[in-house]
Design a protein around this ligand. Structure first.
Ligand code: GTA
Length: 156
């Protein structure tokens, strides 16, 4: 299975702007690392749920929950570190798109976890993409518009 993925030029549409190396080094890291990024995770999904789902792909070394840098609470993403590259590829291939806590999660190859990457990089503390959300969510109240668009205050 590893050779199948090697044939593909681009393993991820995402490019981490904080990766300090060249594009070639980034691509090589994506091809060889045993880390996946999980996006679109519910804020209520626990590490135990992530463990249960992803251990179907293989033995897990570590899970790092993505946290809002201000509140230190889960903010919709995590990293799963596997022992084997083959299990990493299986996670992307078979688990991406799975519904977890009513949300289709996205499993992406990742260049490797480093301290600091667990924090949301958005100005509000959460993920950057949440700040560009335009869809209406009745459970979310925006301070700026007071009409439910965006994510500045979440009613819980
Ligand atoms: N492997 O897809 C990913 C991924 N994402 C989205 C985040 N991380 C990812 N890793 C992999 N694949 O460690 C990692 C980051 C970091 C942690 C938190 O998760 O490497 P973040 O989501 O808070 O911030 O990261 P990040 O990734 O630096 O944000 P970025 O790249 O600016 O934008 C994320 C998304 O927001 C974009 O893909 C886009 O959908 C949206 N976005 C950004 N800017 C705009 C804009 N101006 N207009 C509209 N949409 C925008």
């Amino acid at each position: 299975m590893a050779s199948l993925f090697k044939e593909q030029a681009k393993l991820s549409a995402y490019r981490d702007r904080r990766f300090s190396g060249t594009q070639e080094e980034f691509d090589e890291a994506l091809r060889t690392s045993s880390t996946v990024y999980i996006g679109n995770v519910s804020f209520y999904t626990t590490e135990e749920q992530i463990y249960e789902l992803f251990s179907r792909a293989g033995e897990i070394k570590k899970i790092i929950m993505g946290l809002d840098k201000n509140t230190k609470t889960p903010c919709g993403f995590c990293f799963v570190l596997f022992y084997s590259r083959e299990d990493t590829e299986d996670a992307v291939k078979y688990i991406s798109g799975t519904i977890l806590d009513d949300r289709p999660i996205r499993v992406d190859f990742d260049w490797g976890f480093q301290e600091g990457r667990q924090w949301g990089r958005g100005r509000s503390g959460g993920q950057v993409r949440d700040e560009y959300r335009t869809d209406y969510d009745p459970d979310i109240l925006s301070v700026a518009t007071l009409c439910g668009y965006g994510k500045l205050v979440q009613k819980e």
